[in-house]
Design a protein around this ligand. Sequence first.
Ligand SMILES: Nc1ncnc2c1ncn2[C@@H]1O[C@H](COP(=O)(O)OP(=O)(O)OP(=O)(O)O)[C@@H](O)[C@H]1O
Ligand SMILES: O=C(O)C[C@H](Cc1nc2cc(Cl)cc(Cl)c2[nH]1)c1ccc(Cl)cc1
Length: 324
Amino acid sequence: EEWSERGAATGARQETDASGQTQTRAVKKGVKDFNFGRTLGEGSYSTVLAATDRQTLKEYAIKVLDKRHIIKEKKVKYVNIERDTLNRLTEHPGIVRLYYTFQDERSLYFVLDLASGGELLGVLKKIGSFDVECTRFYGAEILDSVAYLHSRGIIHRDLKPENVLLDRDMHVKITDFGTAKILADPQRSAMGSQGASGAPTDGAETDRAVSFVGTAEYVSPELLRDKNACKASDLWAFGCIIYQLLAGRPPFKAANEYLTFQKILALDYIFPDGFPEVARDLVERLLVLEPANRLPVEHIRNHRFFDGVQLGKALWRQKAPRLK
Ligand SMILES: Nc1ncnc2c1ncn2[C@@H]1O[C@H](COP(=O)(O)OP(=O)(O)OP(=O)(O)O)[C@@H](O)[C@H]1O
Ligand SMILES: O=C(O)C[C@H](Cc1nc2cc(Cl)cc(Cl)c2[nH]1)c1ccc(Cl)cc1
């Protein structure tokens, strides 16, 4: 068999066997195919490095995990969930794209979109709080991305400004899918989660749904109460993010996690003076204890807070507003 170099750039190669039959085979990338650069950040089980594909010169973020550490910390299922989830989320501009996974004797590698704009949380901390125009733009891009996740039967379960990355054009790239929940069958779950009671779908979810709790400030009441998340749990977190962009701090924040959970379950939060009325109405319809009574995605899109924002494809083509 001869390998044609031509196919290398497209990540596929033509194989011609003795009988002259040609077939295309996806090429498995490896560490040797990349030049590794600066460290972009560290996670509990991971290091993320900037890297360049040596053939195409395309830049990526490569998340490297130490196998021994993953096994010792019993995180194998999270790594495989992250890979399985990202492999289902391939065609939306607001989701960090996974291009390849591979391993060598010591590590696992995720080759991802490079989000060189950093975390939304970092930008928020730098400027204190966003004005309505910036909150509307970033809220719309996050909402558009969450709508896509849900349409693919995925619940993120840990949405927060740290997990909303920004690309070089300051557009949203949502990341961190190791704790996501894959609903058994998107069709069935579409009915299930909009079911009469709108109660969290507990269908064929694996036991994992019971164990994971997100980040204290953004955890939904149903996750604290029934230990089960549903699509509306992501919309609770979305409400917390909209509040936080405008107020400069999350709605539920106390001295420790336990007190924060108590405030959430008691819906104990207030709007600071000057909080824009139109945003207040939206947040009040999302921070609702009963998941079934939260505004569903379609109604959020039509809420007057998003008047004037072009949703859908046009949103992703426009220039991101200057953050001031
Ligand atoms: N695609 C990416 N592009 C640029 N930077 C990234 C990308 N993915 C992650 N990072 C940065 O690398 C750091 C580590 O991210 P990673 O997802 O590995 O761990 P984490 O989820 O932040 O931490 P933990 O695992 O403790 O939750 C983060 O600060 C994040 O901002
Ligand atoms: O190549 C694939 O896609 C499948 C493998 C599956 C896989 N092999 C593993 C080995 C170890 Cl030690 C740990 C985990 Cl979590 C492992 N997951 C894999 C490799 C790399 C990554 Cl990032 C995820 C999954």
